[in-house]
Write a protein that binds this ligand. Structure first.
Ligand code: MN
Length: 502
């Protein structure tokens, strides 16, 4: 997706105090500047790391935090106590802060200079206990933050920082984001429902419904010339089947699909939407279910959920932002069919049509074929398979009193044979630790049949995202055992009930 994360800033804030004298403070500032500059140049860190003056008083901290809160480019703060910084002076600032922050527990020098170390050195390089003081006040104030430990040149610490920066970018993107919902959700389905007001309070995005009539106006306004150029783009990008090529029996249906795509795109662009949902039960005025249009919109970074699933649409958008510029795609997904062979159980993921082409291993095939439900004309869709390798499936559900994220680590595998009669894009995966434990845990946790499938980011991203949002995070991976997972579910019920207060 087209997103320049370098335009976003993470402020590098260093704490100290006046006890050590001006000379020491000057050194603290120089060291902090060097660290900020060096982190800014780490290729994996996609945002700008911006040095801020060393904080030594409660007043200056409050002013800085007020500035950070109001600054449109600032998506979060990295904080580090180079020396001791009595943390009562951080209380007022932390109380006001409304952006995510990361506590970087680092130290200017990596190694102790054994033969040189004296009391001056000890005074200046004491983040080992300065950061503990800062940690205490955060914990005392019950503040959610990420703690990263390691030398600032250590690639592992830099990687953790980079993950958090990407998640902070997604969090920032979510604030005030608009999700368009065409119609309501698929009738009688429970998991796609939820409290949109609660979601707006918790995640910052808003979900608004639009009638199909409003979309149709944009679809009708599309010109034949626009359709012709889009068809040219299709021809360049995909392998067209005989029937959708020029003169083919379904060429007309492909034109209809292109018209829907152009209309949908102008609707989303004009309204400044970052995601949308459709519903095959509500297609009044559309000739076919938007398949290709949705696949291509997702590729460009729009969040999407089928059957009115706005939670998945918003989550997909967030994960698109986290993964911007990284290798691997991100798509709307649904657990469809099992392969229950004890020698190698698998899950076949797909959807009726709406799988994002960012996860295609090969040049997609463009086709028009009948859809057995929905009662509309034959829709266009891209057909492909996802590449082998690690991936994850993430599902956000509304439990009535709170949101819960469930994530399953999976390995994408190659289908053992062709699937010539399956006219949808698909992914075959081996869930961790295996289908039996993964599916039992997922079902006990209430995970949806819809999910966000991602090969660009890892579970650490989703964990950081949940921490920022303050929602429950449940991981199903190679270490998961049903017995302990059940205990985790019970503990979560208690914790989130009590932690929420009234
Ligand atoms: Mn579905």
């Amino acid at each position: 997706m087209d997103l320049n994360l370098k335009e976003l800033q993470v402020w590098f804030v260093t704490g100290s105090q006046h006890l050590y004298g001006e000379e020491a403070l000057r050194q603290v500032a120089e060291d902090a500047k060097e660290i900020a500059r060096s982190l800014n140049d780490v290729p994996e860190i996609p945002v700008s790391i911006v040095y801020k003056p060393v904080m030594t008083t409660s007043d200056s901290i409050r002013r800085l935090i007020a500035e950070a809160n109001a600054d449109e480019q600032c998506i979060g703060l990295v904080m580090w106590m180079h020396t001791f910084s009595p943390s009562r002076m951080w209380i007022a600032g932390l109380n006001m802060l409304n952006k995510p922050y990361l506590h970087f527990h680092t130290q200017y020098y990596r190694d102790i200079p054994w033969s040189e170390i004296d009391m001056d050195y000890m005074n200046l390089h004491q983040s080992a206990h300065g950061d503990r003081e800062f940690g205490f006040i955060n914990t005392r104030m019950r503040k959610e933050r990420k703690v990263v430990v390691g030398h600032w040149k250590d690639p592992e610490a830099q990687k953790e920082l980079a993950v958090w920066c990407r998640v902070a970018a997604a969090w920032d993107d979510s604030q005030g984001a608009k999700i368009a919902r065409f119609g309501d959700n698929m009738r009688n389905v429970a998991v796609t429902e939820g409290d949109k007001v609660a979601a707006q309070i918790q995640f910052g995005y808003e979900v608004n419904a639009y009638s199909l009539g409003e979309l149709i106006r944009y679809v009708d306004a599309v010109s034949e010339g626009q359709i012709d150029s889009l068809l040219e783009e299709y021809e360049e990008s995909y392998v067209l089947t005989e029937r959708v090529r020029k003169g083919g029996s379904e060429r007309g249906a492909l034109r209809d699909s292109a018209r829907i795509e152009l209309g949908l795109r102008s609707f989303l662009r004009e309204g400044g939407f970052k995601g949308f949902t459709t519903n095959f039960e509500d297609l009044v005025g559309l000739k076919q279910l938007p398949g290709l249009a949705v696949q291509r919109a997702m590729k460009d970074g729009y969040g999407f959920g089928a059957e009115g699933d706005w939670k998945t649409a918003a989550l997909l958008r967030a994960m698109k932002v986290m993964g911007a510029g990284l290798k691997g795609g991100t798509s709307f997904m649904e657990d469809y069919v099992y392969h229950l062979d004890p020698a190698g159980s698998r899950i076949l993921g797909a959807h009726m049509l709406e799988v994002c082409e960012s996860i295609a291993a090969e040049k997609p095939v463009l086709d028009v074929q009948p859809l057995s439900i929905g009662g509309k004309e034959n829709p266009a869709r891209l057909l492909f398979t996802a590449p082998q390798g690690p991936a994850l499936c993430a599902s956000m559900i509304d439990l009535g009193n709170r949101f819960r994220m469930i994530v399953n680590k999976v390995d994408v595998v190659q289908p053992p044979a062709d699937l010539p009669k399956l006219p949808v894009a698909r992914v075959l995966w081996d869930p961790k630790p295996n289908v039996k434990v993964a599916a039992e845990s997922w079902i006990l946790a209430g995970g949806a049949h819809h999910s966000v499938f991602c090969q660009a980011v890892t579970t650490e991203y989703v964990e950081d995202y949940c921490a920022m949002a303050g929602v429950e995070y449940l991981l199903i991976d190679e270490k998961t055992e049903v017995k302990t997972f059940k205990q985790e579910l019970r503990l979560g019920e208690i914790y989130y009930h009590i932690a929420k207060g009234i």
